[in-house]
Design a protein around this ligand. Sequence first.
Ligand code: URA
Length: 177
Amino acid sequence: MKLKTIHKKIANCKLCELSITRNVTVPGEGSPNSKIFLVGEAPGKNEDKTGKPFCGSAGKILTEMLNHIGISREDVFITSILKCRPPKNRLPKKSEANLCINTHLIPQMDSIKPDVIVLMGLSAIKHVFDKVEIKKEHGRFRQKDGRNYFLTYHPAAVLYRRKLMDVIKADFEKLLQ
Ligand code: URA
């Protein structure tokens, strides 16, 4: 399916209760030919206003991480597990995540066919892989259903644990290799 078609479906999606409280959907953005496909948890307040992924403080850190390895935001595709903001930024429910992954995220991945899908943060990782200890497995590749994944921390983690900045930068360096 074409990315444009998938994004139209997302804009009209009413499959879960988040469609009632959202302002706008946040399908993701970037090139349909991206080799790197980044996945966060869910849109926050800024994203729910603008419809653009990672446009707040976490987004600034993400841009910095990408620039650190010589890549710009336009070179990659950025999205989240959920396409709608959960009220008060609560964690995605398992049912919402599964529905959104199967209906929207997997079609996006299969349309873009990136070399690698970067799962950022345990909240994104746990809906794809069981029993992951992020402390042990960040900076590593994993395969599932013919797709190549790379695991790292969520950029927002840096906001409350400054030391993670260098850890995530080192992960991104591995990703580039
Ligand atoms: N955090 C996410 O996981 N996704 C966004 O789009 C913004 C912040």
